[in-house]
Design a protein around this ligand. Structure first.
Ligand SMILES: [Fe+2]
Ligand SMILES: [Fe+2]
Length: 145
């Protein structure tokens, strides 16, 4: 089982790829939207239940800011999902969602990852990796498709 930061980075790269595909390939948009709806909330839920919960008392400011970004992403995703695929507003809404998500991923990979490596031992990172996978599976079970 890889350590949690590797799992998080893999998810980020997968979701970045989904956004590329959504922007460039109209044929697969309906299927990719379903994948995004499962993967993005599952990812942020699993982060909150594991890494954020572990770091909250150590770096409260940083975690509060990251949680605010998660709230913003959830709200932006909910607005995006209200827009039909063929609506003119769909692409601008996708671009807006993508910018918010990617800015959040970048700040996690820079600031949150650095703080994590500073505060947690390698053994803890592996333990959290296992929990992260379990929480994602739980979230997938409850995802509304
Ligand atoms: Fe996050
Ligand atoms: Fe993340």
């Amino acid at each position: 089982m890889p350590q949690i930061l590797e799992l998080i980075r893999d998810d980020h790269d997968f979701i970045r790829g989904l956004f590329d595909e959504l922007e460039s390939n109209p044929e697969t948009r309906d299927v990719r939207c379903i994948t995004l709806r499962r993967e993005l909330p599952g990812h942020i839920y699993a982060e909150e239940a594991t890494l954020y919960a572990r770091l909250r008392d150590m770096v409260p400011e940083e975690i509060r800011r990251s949680l605010d970004e998660h709230t913003d992403i959830r709200e932006t995703l909910a607005r995006f999902e209200m827009i039909p695929l063929r609506d003119d507003a769909w692409m601008p809404a996708l671009v807006d969602l993508r910018e918010r998500v990617e800015a959040h991923f970048t700040s996690e990979e820079k600031e949150v990852f650095t703080l994590t490596e500073h505060h947690l031992s390698p053994a803890e990172l592996f333990g959290l990796g296992e929990m992260f996978e379990q929480e994602k599976q739980k979230a997938a079970k409850f995802a509304v498709v």
